[in-house]
Design a protein around this ligand. Sequence first.
Ligand SMILES: O=c1ccn([C@@H]2O[C@H](COP(=O)(O)OP(=O)(O)O[C@H]3O[C@H](CO)[C@@H](O)[C@H](O)[C@H]3O)[C@@H](O)[C@H]2O)c(=O)[nH]1
Ligand SMILES: [Mn+2]
Length: 967
Amino acid sequence: MMSSEESFIHGGTQPRPAQIGIVIRSPPPWPSKFSNQRELSKAEGKRPIEPSGSTSTNIAMNGITKQTSYEKALCMIDSAGKPLETVMMGLYNDGTVEEDDAAVTEMVEKRAGEQSATIIIEEETAAEIVEQRPKIERLNKAKQINGFILFVYRLTIMLRFIILCQFFRFRISRSVKNAHGLWLVSVICEIWFGVSWIFDQFPKWKPMTRKTNVNALRARFWNENEPCTLDPIDVFVSTVDPMKEPPLVTANTVLSILAVDYPTDKVSCYISDDGASLLTSETTILTASFARLWVPFCKKYKIEPRAPEVYFSKDLHCQKELKKRGGIFIKEWRVMKRWYGEFREQIKTYVDEAEKMPGDGWKMRNGVPWPGNDSQHHAGMIQVFLGPTGKKDVKENYLPKLVYVSREKNPTKPHHKKAGAMNALVRASGILSNGPYILNVDCDHYFNNSCALLEAMCFMMDPKLSRKICFVQFPQRFDGIDKDDRYANRNVVFFDVNMKGLDGLQGPAYVGTGCCFSREAIYGFYPISDEDYHDHVHDHREKFRSIIGRIKRRTKRLFQKKRLQRVPRSRAEISRAEITGAVNEDGHDDFQRYGDDAWLLLSQDNLKKRFGSSSLFMESTFMENGGLPPSANPAFLLDEAIRVVGCNYEDNCDWGKEIGWIYGSVTEDILTGFKMHTRGWRSIYCMPSIPAFKGTAPINLTYRLDQVMRWALGSVEILFSRHCPIWYGYGGGLYKLQRVAYINTVIYPLTSLPLGVYCVLPAICLISGKFITPTVDSETIVCYSMLFGSVIITGALENIWGGIGLANWWKNEQFWVIGGTSAHLIAVIQGLLKLMLRIDTNFTVTSKATNADGEDEFAELSIFRFGYVLLPPITIIFINILGLLTAISNAINYGHHQTMTVIAGKITFAVWVIVHFIPFLKGLRGKTKRVPTIICVWSFLLASMLSLLWVQVNSFIFDKTKTTPHH
Ligand SMILES: O=c1ccn([C@@H]2O[C@H](COP(=O)(O)OP(=O)(O)O[C@H]3O[C@H](CO)[C@@H](O)[C@H](O)[C@H]3O)[C@@H](O)[C@H]2O)c(=O)[nH]1
Ligand SMILES: [Mn+2]
C-alpha cells in the first residue's frame, strides 16, 4: 500500500515522502457557519465580503477568487512541514461547494518528485497561507442579467400565464352557437399555441451571460517564462460538394485556422471531404503552401480576421490600418495582397478545370488516376501536410498540422451524412494527433476572431468547470446578409435570447458549427459525478449533510487515487468503469479488486464493442491529455487512420448510437448535444465581443426555406425516434427545464398544423359571415388585447436583456409564420412519410456561393425555384385577400348586417395574417417571370375552390335561414 501511495505522488521513481497522512485538527464548526452562509448568499454579487476572522475569507484558488464562509484546505507540506501549496475545500457564498478534484490532482502532480506530503489543515491556517500567495485572476465569469429587468421579465411571464388561463376560460365558456365547428377549431389551435408558448418560454427563465479573460489564460498557461501548458485541439472542417461549397471558401476557413492564435504545435486541422473531390484535395495542397506565406504575415502584424478573402475585402479598414502601421507594413501588405490574388486565380483555374470530368476520370498532377472518381464508391484517403515534421513557413517556424481526409464510401453502406463524416474524423484524429479537445466548423465558417480557441479554453481549462463541460458553443454569425435580413437569417432571437436562457440551465444546444468539444464527452463518458451539481434547490439541511458526505468521499478517493496511479488520472475513472460495468455506486472500489492493469484487460471486449476494432484507437481513448499512446509506431499511424475511416469500421459498435455524432436525424447536431446533456454534462455559451466565427447564410427564399425545412425535418425525425426527449433519458443528468427546451426543439414543426389552420380562419370568417367568438363586445376586446399586450411586453423585455432590436423580433415572428406554413408543414408530412414508408431523407447542402465578382450583391435574394413549399403560404394569402374582397362587396351590396366591431375584428384578423407574409411576398415579387405565374394561378384556383367549398359545406351543415352569410 505504501508503494502505491508513493507512486501516486512521485510517479514511482522518486524518493519517499517525509510524511503522508491526513490530519483534521479540529472538528468543523458547522452550525454557526451555517447562518452565516445564508447571509453571504444574500449579499452575493453586491459587494465583496471582507475577510473577518475565521468565518469568511477571500481566497484565490487556481484562478478562482471567491468568498468563502467556511473552508478546509488540502495542503502540501515539505519535509520540514513548511507549506508548499494549498487547495481549498469549502462552502462558498454562492451556494456551491468546491469540487476541486482537478486542483488536487494538479497540485499533487506538480509536486511529484518533491519531498512533500498532503495534509488537511484548518481554515485559519489555510487562509493565512493563501493570503500570502499572489491572487490569480479568474478565467471566466458567469453573470446573471440585470436583476430588476429579470424580475420584471419573470413577473410578466407569470402574468402572461395567468392571462392565458383566463383567456382560455373565457373562450371555452363562450362557445359560438351558430358556428360550433369554427369555434372549436379556433380554440383547439389557440390551446396548442398556448402550450407551445409554455414550452418555448420556461427554458428562458434564467438567462445568463459569460465573460472570458483571455489574458488570465495566457498568463497561466502560455507565458514566456514557462513552457506552454495549453491543451492541444483538433479542428474539424466539413465539406461535401465543391460546387455548392466553393473551394475558395473552404480554403479561407482553413487559412484562418492555420493562422489561429494558439501554439502551433497544439493545433491540428482536419478537412473532411465527403465529396471525394480532386478539386478539394488540390485546393488543400495549394492552401498548405500558401499558408506558409500567409500565417507568418498574420502573426507578425496580428491582423484580424485571418481569412484573407475577408481581410482584403475590408478595404477601408485596411486603409486605416495602413496609415497607422506605416512603411514596412504597407509594403508587405501589398505583396501579400498580390500573392493572395495569385492564389485565388490558381484556385479559380482549378475550379474551371473541374467543371467537366474527362472521359477517363480525374487524374492527379502526377498522372495517377484519382481514387475518388466515383464519389459514392471509393477507398478512404488521407493526406497529411505541414505540422512538426512537415515544411516550415517562410520565417522558419512550424505550422499546425493539416490533414485531408476523405472517408471510404460504399453505396451499400449508409454514410450518415455529416455525422458519419465527423465520426470518421474523430477516429482519424484520435490516431494522428489526439487532441483532448475538438472544435468543428462548417467549411464556410471561418475564424473571425483569432482568439476563438483561447476563448473556448477559458472554460475548458478552468479547473472548476472543466470536468463538467461537454462543449463550448459559440453563436453563429453571418456575413453577406441583406441589410434588413428579410428571411431572418441571423436568427438573433434564437442566438441571443433562447441560447442565453439555456446557458442558465444546463447549457446551450449544439448547433452544428463553431463548437468546441471535450473528446471525453464525444466518447460517451460521463462527467465526474457530483450529486449536488444539478440540484440547485437549496435545502440547507440537505446541503449540510452532503458536504460532510463529500468530504468523506473525497478523503476516501484521495487514498484510492494513490492506489490507482497506473490509471492515467482520475478524470475518466468513473466513466471508464462505467464501460467495464465493474463499478459500484461510488464508482471506485472495484478497481482495487482488479488490481493494477487487470481492469484494462477485463474490459477489452467491451471496449471493442464501444470503439470498434482498432486497438490503437482504443488505447488513444485512454490518453487523458491527448497525444499518441506510447505504443504507437509512427510508421503505421497513417495505415491505421485509413483503416478507421473505412465504411465497415462502425459495424457492430457504438459509433453513432452511443458515442460520437449521433445518427438518425438530419439535424445531427441537436441529437448529439442532447445525448451529452442526458449524461449530465453541462455546456457553455460563449459570446466574445468580436464574433468567433462567421459563415454565410442562404441568401434567397428558396434556399432559406430548404434549410428551414431540413431543420424541421430533423426535429421531426428526432421526435419519432428512440432519442425523443419526451421519453428518452430519464433518471440521468438532464435538467427538467432543459428537457422542456429539447421537447420544444423537436416538437415545434407540429405547430405548423394549427398555424396553417389558424391563418385560414380569418378568410373563412369573412366569407361565411361568422366569427370565432359569439360577439365582439368589450370583454372580448379586453381579453384579446390583454393577451397581445402581454405577448408584446415579454417580447420587449426579451429585447432588452437579449440585446436584440425590436425589428429583429418582428422579423422573427414573421418568419416563424412563413416557415411554419410552408417548410414546417412539408417537413411534418415528409417526416410522417418517412416513419411509415421508411423513405430516407436527403440532405440538400446549403449553397455558399458568394457573388464575389461585384455586380448586384443581393441579386440572388429574389431568385427562386418552384417548389411545393411555396404552395400553402400563397394559398393562405390569396384566400385571405379573397375573404377581404368578399367582405367588402358584401358590405356594399347588403349593407351592414353585422355590427361594425365584428367586421373590424375580422378585418384586423385577416390583415394581421397577411402582414406576416410581407417578406414572403417580397421574395416572390423579384423575378416573377415564368414558372411562378403558374403557381400563382394554381394557388388562386385552390383558394377559390376552398372558399366556394366552404360556403357550400357550410350552408349544407347549418340551418340555412340562420347561417347564410348574406340573406
Ligand atoms: O453528407 C454530408 C452533408 C453535409 N456535410 C457538411 O455539413 C455541413 C452542413 O451545412 P449546410 O449545408 O451549410 O447546412 P446549414 O443548414 O447551413 O447547417 C446548419 O445546420 C446543420 C444541421 O442541419 C448543421 O449540421 C450545420 O453545422 C449547421 O451550420 C456542411 O459543412 C457540409 O459540408 C457533410 O460533411 N456531409
Ligand atoms: Mn451553413
